[in-house]
Design a protein around this ligand. Structure first.
Ligand SMILES: Cc1cc2nc3c(=O)[nH]c(=O)nc-3n(C[C@H](O)[C@H](O)[C@H](O)COP(=O)(O)O)c2cc1C
Length: 214
């Protein structure tokens, strides 16, 4: 059976990124996939510790050996047909938790003999980014920061990489309580009411689409 793993790389479990991921999960389920969802911030883990067990002769490949909460999820991803990861943009890139996952997942399938992927099957990937920046800024200035990660995942997991950017997000429900003078709360509320429902639909469609890829 088609299995898709959903990973929330935002510390907030019910905000923009999580809501989009939950829609994607519903889309995948509607298309018949079996799904599992995890909040990365509930797991105790770090980035790659360079133990190099995954490169040791005689060791099984495509496995992260570091004994912490993330390794079982790396196993699940590498045995699934797809993974959808949602991350907010923090300081111009994905969150540190996203990046730690990327290091661990990517490195344990990377061959140091010829830079190919050890993986003998494909795992399709969906990436959902959320950010304060408007779409035009994302396209011009931010997308380039994500392209190497997208290309890395395409090469190492051998599947398709679908991306969706949800821009100009509603960061807090009441802007008047914060020092956030660079944002226009009226504009933010408007985007939340008009654009965000479309973002949710797009996320649902991504889940459906990923579940239909082989
Ligand atoms: C530490 C931190 C750094 C951020 N850096 C950026 C940034 O560089 N660019 C941007 O557009 N938004 C940035 N944001 C805003 C978040 O990306 C945005 O509010 C996102 O939608 C939050 O996702 P969430 O609601 O799922 O937590 C930042 C937020 C935080 C907390």
């Amino acid at each position: 059976m088609m299995k898709i793993i959903f990973i929330n790389a935002s510390p907030r479990k019910n905000c923009n990124t999580a809501q989009l991921l939950q829609q994607a999960q519903q889309g995948a389920q509607a298309a018949g996939a079996q799904t599992e969802y995890v909040n990365l911030f509930d797991l105790k883990f770090t980035g790659c510790r360079s133990c190099l067990a995954c490169k040791r002769q005689g060791m099984q490949r495509c496995k992260c050996y570091w004994p912490d909460d993330l390794s079982p999820w790396i196993d699940k991803i590498l045995h699934a047909q797809g993974v959808i990861i949602g991350t907010p943009v923090y300081m111009g890139g994905p969150t540190a938790h996203f990046h730690a996952l990327y290091e661990r997942l990517g490195f344990c399938v990377l061959s140091y003999d010829d830079r190919s992927s050890y993986l003998d099957r494909k795992v399709n990937v969906g990436l959902i980014y959320t950010m304060n920046a408007p779409q035009s800024y994302y396209e011009a200035a931010m997308r380039p920061a994500f392209v190497p990660i997208e290309n890395g995942l395409k090469h190492l997991l051998k599947g398709e990489v679908l991306t969706y950017a949800c821009c100009d997000t509603f960061q807090v429900p009441d802007y008047s309580k914060y020092n956030m003078g660079i944002f226009d709360p009226v504009h933010k509320a408007q985007v939340h009411q008009t654009q965000f429902p479309q973002d949710l639909q797009a996320a649902y469609a991504m889940g459906e689409k990923l579940a239909k890829l082989n």
